[in-house]
Design a protein around this ligand. Sequence first.
Ligand code: PMP
Length: 309
Amino acid sequence: MSKSNYPELIWYNGKVIPWQEATVHIVCHAIHYGSSVFEGVRCYDTPKGPAIFRLKEHTRRLFDSAKIYRFEIPFTEEEINQGCKDIVKENGLKSAYLRPFAFMGAHGLGLNPPKVPLETSIMALNWGSYLGDESLENGVDAAITSWNRLAPNTMPTGAKAGGNYLSSILITTEAKRHGYVEGIGLDQNGCISEGAGENIFVVRDGVISTPPLTSGILPGITRNTLITLANEFGYTVREQAIPREALYLADEVFMCGTAAEVVPVRSVDQITVGNGKRGPITEKIQKAYFDLVKGVGDDKWGWLDYVNE
Ligand code: PMP
């Protein structure tokens, strides 16, 4: 595996160790069954030094994900928060994509794993915008895939669990095989759910809507941030079931996630969205998002956790 994108040090079970030493045994339960929970968190370079955006909410979701599966993370939320800050600091990074990760280790392969604490690590990566830095302005071509997202009574999409991402792999790889940048899954009722690693918003006649938590989505922290920003601008955001054709008839569509950030969608299933360019509401919300995460203006919700404080 190429190490080029990875800084020297990794936080592993409470210690900061060299990248090369952060390995697991082949018996590791999580490798076989996806029995892991994780987060994707971004640290941005701000005028007051590196700051991690909505760290507490991400760590809380990590613990929520573990709780759903009755897994025990042998650290407190505060210790994980501190670990995230430490790994940025120790690697001397200004910005990073952080991957807190807790997984069932090498304790046998049964499907009723023993009640042992998870192995826990935090990795920092240099990772540009997930759908490509150019996607932020130019937007992406997306397609609804033949694979649906997970139905609520199959696997809980409210948990950010390793196994869920086999669904995301099917959605993304099908979309890419057909020449698209990203795939969008439908929910169990045939309504819009989310992208493989992004939540989705639709704008028509100045009204913004986004699928509800019951449409098989991950309750995205960026989604929540954008709803808050849109409300600040005076827009109402409707969390409601969205039929597929609403994407075709939208004035604007955008996707969002910690890794992808805020990305306009310029076409869906080869139907141009609006005029095929980043729309004005998308641009306004995207700018507000980047100002917020990069510490431009005041942090009125206290969402930036400064690494050096
Ligand atoms: N949905 C899925 C399936 C994801 O993997 C992600 C990325 N974590 C999101 C939505 C967006 O979530 P967040 O804004 O919390 O990163």
